[in-house]
Structures are given as C-alpha cells and as structure tokens.
Design a protein around this ligand. Structure first.
Ligand SMILES: Cc1cc2nc3c(=O)[nH]c(=O)nc-3n(C[C@H](O)[C@H](O)[C@H](O)COP(=O)(O)O)c2cc1C
Length: 217
C-alpha cells in the first residue's frame, strides 16, 4: 500500500449520520472489530468489549432513552442560559435509531503494576498521589479503547460503510448498559451507529499541522 492510499483513506473518512435502509452483514461488523483489536492498548490489556446491536427494538429503546435525557437537559433553565454556545438547529439526539446497526464500545478496568503501587502509597506520600493524578489524566483505559475505535472507523470507511463516533449518548449510560446487559465491571464509553451512507458530508477541514504541532529541536 502506498502512503498516498492510506492518506486518502484517512482524509476521505467523514462522520455519517444518515444511512440507507440496507442491512450490514454481520461478518463485516465482526471483521471491522477484529481489525480494531489490532490497535495498541496499554500493557496490551485489550481492555475493550464491543456490543454489536442489530436488534431494532433495542436500538430504538436506546435512542428513546438518549432522546429523553436530551429533552430533560433542554428543559433545565441552565440550558437556555447557555444555548448560544450550544448552537441551534441541532438534530434529534436519538437520530441514530435509523441506523441498521450500532456498536456500543465498553472499557474494562486497566491497572498496571505502577498504578497499583501508587494507589497503595498515595495516602502517605504526596508525591505518589501527584503521580497517580498525572497518570489518571493520561487515562490508559480510555486511550486504549479510543485507539481501537479510530481503527474501526477507518475499516468501516474502507468497507464502504459510514459511522459516527458518539459519546453524547453516554448521558443515558445507565439505560444503555441495562438494555445491553453490560456487566458491572464494564463501562460503555462510546456509541457508534453504522450502515451504508445516505449522505456525502463535506469536510469541515482540519487545523494546519503547523498550528497543532511543535518541533523541539
Ligand atoms: C470522542 C468523540 C465524541 C464524539 N461524539 C459525537 C456525538 O455525540 N454526536 C455526534 O454527532 N458526533 C460526535 N462525534 C463526531 C465529531 O463531531 C466529528 O468527528 C467531528 O466533527 C469531525 O468530523 P468528521 O468525523 O466528519 O471528520 C464525536 C467524535 C469523537 C472523536
């Protein structure tokens, strides 16, 4: 593969929020997840779990729960006070009900030996407490799962599928986890509706590389 092929794949991927009424073969979804699991993960703990949702009733129930939580947020006076920064004309929070499938991505616990050491020592040692805090900011648990999601989106795109990485639905986390029967040791952290695209969004562009990077010579 030429670098230009990879560059084209990466730059042509867009978040897709409208889908054709066409089933996505389970084999494709499983293949995308399998490739996603080749992503790096902290300590190679592979602390992810993927729930492939093809059941329309469950997808609708998740959409309803997310929509209800969104309506509740909108009803609060604080939402009106802050509405100028939120932007108008937003789509319904439960729009993904129309997708033929969705992947809920859950994170299991991630704890390295160093984390365990710092946890045991932090109460008697402020340095240990500070180090633990810094390591928590660079949360390996979430970073690992996020790297798998990024892989998965590219694979979907190469397969001709369209998806959108969503964390918004997590405002209805309890309902989602109940509907999916997620065990207590896992946390759903992202929701990814997927299907054959029914839109071709234009790129919103990216900041120039010089603006987002710095060479330390
Ligand atoms: C961590 C994360 C959370 C996101 N959450 C949402 C979301 O809740 N709803 C949504 O419509 N898009 C969501 N997005 C998609 C972004 O809006 C989108 O990636 C960004 O605007 C760039 O557009 P592009 O993906 O088409 O390049 C999320 C993306 C990321 C990486």
């Amino acid at each position: 593969m030429e670098l230009s092929d990879l560059a084209n794949l990466i730059t042509s991927r867009r978040s897709i929020r409208n889908w054709q009424d066409k089933e996505v073969p389970e084999e494709l979804l499983l293949q995308a997840i399998e490739l996603a699991t080749w992503a790096p993960s902290g300590g190679n703990q592979q602390n992810w779990r993927f729930y492939i949702i093809k059941n329309k009733t469950i997808l609708k129930a998740i959409g309803d729960a997310v929509q209800a939580s969104s309506d509740l947020i909108s009803s609060w006076p604080e939402a009106k006070l802050l509405s100028s920064s939120a932007g108008g004309g937003q789509r319904r929070a439960g729009f993904f009900q129309a997708a033929p499938a969705a992947i809920a991505v859950a994170a299991a616990k991630y704890q390295s030996q160093v984390d365990l050491t710092l946890e045991a020592r932090e109460k008697i040692d402020t340095q240990a407490a500070e180090m633990r805090q810094w390591r928590n900011i660079a949360d390996s648990r979430i970073q690992s799962v996020a790297s798998a999601i990024a892989h998965m989106l590219l694979v979907f795109h190469q397969m001709g599928l369209g998806a959108v990485w969503m964390t918004g639905p997590m405002q209805a986390k309890r309902d989602i986890e109940k509907l999916l029967k997620v065990p207590a040791h896992l946390d759903v952290i992202a929701f990814i509706p997927v299907g054959y695209p029914a839109e071709t969004p234009v790129s919103r562009g990216r900041k120039p590389v010089g603006e987002v990077s710095e060479i330390i010579r």
